[in-house]
Write a protein that binds this ligand. Structure first.
Ligand SMILES: Nc1ncnc2c1ncn2[C@@H]1O[C@H](COP(=O)(O)OP(=O)(O)OP(=O)(O)O)[C@@H](O)[C@H]1O
Ligand SMILES: [Mg+2]
Length: 394
């Protein structure tokens, strides 16, 4: 069929043609946004899930919901390289200018800008880096201690007060929040604690790998009372069928049921893979219905594309010892105990500590329970066995 009309959307953060299986998270976000706008307490949301399950898509969808509710929003993606402060300064400045533009009465926006100015001053971020361009005197003594756990809460309070004065609310959306340093995560948690205590209209929507609830808990023990941690995962068979059937039906076509079942089996319900299979099936099929034969024809090519685009990019960022560790992991059944992995590599638990920590930091693996490790990338174990078939694992 005409590739130009292909409705499927394989790719990082690309909204799918049919967003299935996420109603409860979206409903939870809807309630959160509506309640905070009405000054009722509600826990902010930290969505966690494996790679490619649709976290960024959800963050984007919630951003749209927030804008529709009349929120001012800030959407940032955390990374291994960038500090939280330099990540959020620019968008927060834009947000405050926007508030200022909306209504010129009141002085809380001016104050929040002054607080932002002093925050930036204290961080000594080079003007070139974030060229703040604030023609305003800093609010000396607020958000300028240089301790991020003090300064971020002060800054968020000033911004939320400005939003409150303008009868609006703020949603701060952070994708890949697991990349924040633990002090930064602690600072965000403390800031949200202030929001709750002062009933200020600022919510946090964050997404990250499944390490998050543990990280947040370690960071501040009261995080359970401030956040809910919905997990998003693989789709059910019925959801996969809808994700594929609805978009083609809209184009006047249909998948045969056995074709859908085959895709479900091969993707195990992981959204990224579902989009990739749908995309290739559309391009290969000559006419409706899209049959099981079409699926069989495209499967080798889809496998190659996934290896090249989804798995290989992550594999190439690993050192040789990290690869050996993951290959050893891949050869073991779940739950994979850290001790077992070490002995499969002919190594000891202690000598693999740094390796484990690095792989967790790179977002390749996470620890679902004490002493256990799992892959953050779905079906990565199969890929490791394909990529390193001959590795001798004990
Ligand atoms: N609910 C869904 N139904 C169908 N397809 C989906 C759904 N959610 C996401 N997708 C598709 O899955 C792919 C991955 O989505 P997204 O980039 O949001 O995942 P992610 O969890 O943010 O991944 P990563 O951890 O790598 O950043 C996209 O192609 C998107 O269109
Ligand atoms: Mg993402």
């Amino acid at each position: 069929m005409n590739p130009i009309d292909n409705p499927f959307a394989p790719g990082a953060g690309s909204p799918p043609p049919e967003l299935v299986g996420r109603d409860s998270v979206l409903e939870q976000a809807h309630i959160l946004l509506a309640r905070i706008k009405r000054k009722r307490p509600e826990r902010s949301i930290i969505i966690n899930g494996l790679r490619g399950v649709g976290k960024t898509v959800l963050a984007g969808e919630i951003n749209r919901m927030a804008l529709a509710e009349g929120y001012q929003t800030v959407f940032v993606e955390a990374s291994e390289e960038k500090a939280l402060a330099s990540l959020i300064c620019h968008p927060l400045r834009q947000l405050l200018f926007e508030l200022d533009r909306l209504a010129r009465v009141g002085n809380k926006v001016k104050r929040a800008l002054a607080v932002l100015r002093s925050f930036i001053g204290s961080l000594k971020i080079s003007a070139g880096d974030i060229s703040i361009g604030l023609d305003i005197e800093p609010a000396m003594g607020t958000a300028d201690s240089g301790d991020i756990e003090v300064d971020i809460p002060a800054l968020f309070v000033a911004i939320a007060e400005a939003a409150e004065e303008h009868n609006t609310a703020v949603a701060i959306i952070i994708d890949e929040i697991q990349y924040l340093a633990s002090k930064e995560l602690g600072a965000i948690i403390m800031a949200m604690h202030q929001m709750q205590q002062r009933q200020l209209p600022l919510v946090l929507i964050a997404t990250g790998l499944p390490t998050l609830p543990g990280l947040a808990g370690k960071s501040k023990t009261y995080s359970e009372r401030l956040f809910s941690f919905p997990n998003v995962g693989a789709l059910s068979e019925d959801e996969v069928c809808r994700a594929l059937q609805e978009p083609v039906r809209e184009a006047g076509m249909i998948f045969n049921i056995d074709a859908l079942q085959a895709i479900y089996q091969m993707t195990q319900g992981y959204p990224y893979f579902v989009q990739e299979w749908g995309y290739q099936a559309w391009n290969r099929a000559d006419s409706s219905p899209i049959t099981l034969d079409v699926i069989h024809e495209i499967t080798p090519e889809v496998g190659l594309r996934l290896d090249a685009n989804f798995f290989r990019v992550r594999f190439d960022r690993l050192s040789n010892t990290e690869k050996t560790f993951l290959r050893a992991m891949a050869g073991l059944p779940s739950p994979r105990r850290t001790g077992q992995i070490a002995s499969a590599m002919n190594s000891t638990l202690n000598s693999t500590t740094t390796l484990r920590a690095n792989l967790i930091r790179k977002g390749m693996i996470f620890s679902p329970r004490y002493g256990e490790l799992e892959f953050s990338v779905p079906l990565f174990d199969d890929f490791m066995c394909r990529a390193m078939p001959d590795t001798l694992v004990h």
